[in-house]
Write a protein that binds this ligand. Structure first.
Ligand code: ADE
Ligand code: ZN
Length: 333
């Protein structure tokens, strides 16, 4: 099964590029930028990754980003992920980035996006991995800052496929960003947002995302199982959920594998991704294997997870069809 999963053509839709910053690269970038890190070794840094909740993870996640300063830093960050992705036969990825985590510490938006964009272009030609960018707003910052970031992104609209919403969900419901999302839709961006697992008011947040904002898909969202009507809405719209089992394990203590299975059985377009693989020590392949360990998934089910992902990907129909055909050919072979 490990070999089957390794060779499966994959699509990753829930991946924070800042969450791919491995300790080795963190040290390299710190040295490049003349910064001290509060760890003496890679092992010591990894040993500090002891999160047990979303906020405890986010603290280290944001602290780590101060090594990212220049366009080449962002290029190297994205290229490192895309190389790992290519090794795992990820054929297509939609990559989140958090511009406010950088502009809030004085790194220009332009520096961030140019570095990422250049890596995406090189990965396509050099590695055969295609990728697009999704710009996330930090929900624990004010909606006005999100709106300003949206406006700042407009000159780069051709490089950004959609917008997302991440960071600490507590007290930061989707409704806070209704006007930002409305403007983003008018500008032609596709819409997703995090509805993290087992958060306060999880169901109300999912309801706002689906019914009030009208997102195209949901990141995480497993708690939707608590509301039959919302499940029916998502099924009727063919919406997808980008689930991240190993991340769930860190944030909630459970992979939420049974919930993921139930969603699959109901016919919801569930997909599996890695979220922040450098911090959770699992890229997409390890996430699929962790889920398989928990659920004894069949080959057909593992293939269906990839078909789901290509189906809900923000790509033209004929491109999706070609990727799904790759999955079908792999399973048949
Ligand atoms: N930012 C990076 N990873 C995240 C996650 N899993 N949830 C919310 N915000 C995030
Ligand atoms: Zn996430």
């Amino acid at each position: 099964m490990k070999d089957f999963v390794a060779g499966l053509p994959k699509c990753e839709l829930h991946l924070h590029i800042e969450g791919t910053l491995e300790p080795e690269l963190k040290f390299e970038l710190a040295a490049r930028n003349g910064l001290e890190l509060p760890y003496s070794s890679v092992a010591e840094m990894r040993a500090a990754y002891t999160f047990d909740s979303l906020p405890s993870f986010l603290t280290i996640y944001y602290e780590s980003m101060r090594v990212l300063r220049t366009e080449p830093d962002f290029y190297d960050l994205a290229m490192a992920y895309l190389r790992r992705a290519a090794e795992q036969n990820v054929r297509y990825a939609e990559i989140f980035f958090d511009p406010q985590a950088h502009t809030s510490r004085g790194v220009p938006f332009d520096v961030v996006i140019r570095g990422l964009r250049r890596a995406l272009m090189d990965a396509e030609t050099q590695l055969g991995v295609r990728a697009q960018l999704i710009m996330c707003f930090l929900r624990d910052f004010q909606a006005e800052y999100a709106m300003a970031t949206l406006l700042e992104s407009l000159p780069y609209k051709e490089w950004i496929v959609g917008v997302g919403l991440d960071s600490d969900e507590k007290g930061n419901p989707p409704a806070k960003f209704a006007a930002v999302y409305e403007r983003a839709r008018q500008e032609g961006y596709l819409l997703t947002m995090h509805c993290d697992v087992d958060q306060d008011d999880a169901i109300e947040h999912i309801r706002q995302a689906v019914e009030d904002i009208g997102v195209n898909r949901i990141d995480h969202g497993v708690n939707i199982l608590e509301d039959q009507r919302l499940v029916e809405t998502v099924l009727a719209r063919g919406m997808g959920l980008t689930c991240c089992p190993v991340s769930n394990g860190f944030v909630t203590g459970s992979l939420k594998a049974e919930g993921i299975r139930k969603l699959m059985d109901l016919g919801v377009r569930v997909t599996i991704s890695s979220d922040d693989p450098a911090y959770f020590a699992a890229y997409v392949q390890e996430n699929l294997l962790a889920l398989h360990d928990a659920l004894q998934l069949s080959r057909e089910e593992l293939a269906q997870l990839q078909r789901n992902a290509f189906e809900i990907a923000w790509l033209p129909r004929h491109v999706k069809d070609a990727y799904v055909a790759e999955v079908d050919a792999y399973v048949a072979g």
